[in-house]
Ligand binder design. Sequence first.
Ligand code: ADP
Length: 299
Amino acid sequence: MDLRELLSHAVEICRESRTGLDRIVTHDTAAQTRVRGDAMRLTQVLWNLLRNAVKFTPEDGTVRVSLKSVASGTAGGDAVVIEVADNGIGIAAEDIGRIFDAFDQGNRTVTRQFGGLGLGLAISKAIVELHHGTLTAASAGRDMGATFTLTLPLFKGHAVSDLVLPACQPSSAPVATSAKPAGLRILLVEDHEDTREVMRQLLQRRGHVVLVARSVATALAVLEDGEPVDLLISDLGLPDGSGLDLMKSIRARLPLRAIALSGYGMEDDHRRSREAGFQEHLVKPVNFSDLLKAIDRLR
Ligand code: ADP
């Protein structure tokens, strides 16, 4: 995935949130930003760093977010580095060694003033390390601001969707690296007629075969009929039930990749979708290019 996209999305959310305001300044000099990993989890890390920076910086302070790629990062090979630097309350030297420990919140008075659980950084560090990266903190001391540095190894290979296996090509044809991927059979479950029509047409234009259903019952009937389906795209609020329940009952019968379309985008909403069996959760109004990217990630 493109870390630049994840970062700008997280910054956007932070700016839109009441407390984020316009105090976030970004500086992007990265030549390459592709990494391999779990977009949802890495977004959680970025979001945590940004939220902390905003939370621990006074109203008139600034949060500087920089993105760069380096030839040889701490992760060993080429790496992409995100730095989140604020000029807020900072971290005392005696606390900095502990802030990545679960339930640690540095200084007690800080905790009482700002709340929180002290889990964000512990979870973030674990996620980053599972991605073979590093997450470190630096501060010149109390009231001197803090800088968090996230380093992830760059992904140099081809994205799966860029590749066409040689076996799929006529024997004389050269192997294409940017050929349009083959269409999928998509079951689109959406009760709002205009939305359903627009999405159906757009997806068909991209070469997909689109089956449509406007309720949980019809969607299940289509699958029960034995229609082969590669991917489910489902609204969560349907007239006869929830897309989450639809997904749960499908998952009990067959493995199916799935994208949820929802009016809600809080962390809990993403989690519920994931637990029901959706791999992707897009918030309405759905941006079509985001939908295409989600489809590509699930191919
Ligand atoms: P939470 O913010 O929920 O308490 P975190 O694990 O995200 O938990 O952070 C742990 C502690 O690290 C915070 O309570 C705070 O003391 C310190 N901390 C994190 N980010 C910053 C920052 N940008 N500036 C100052 N202190 C920070």
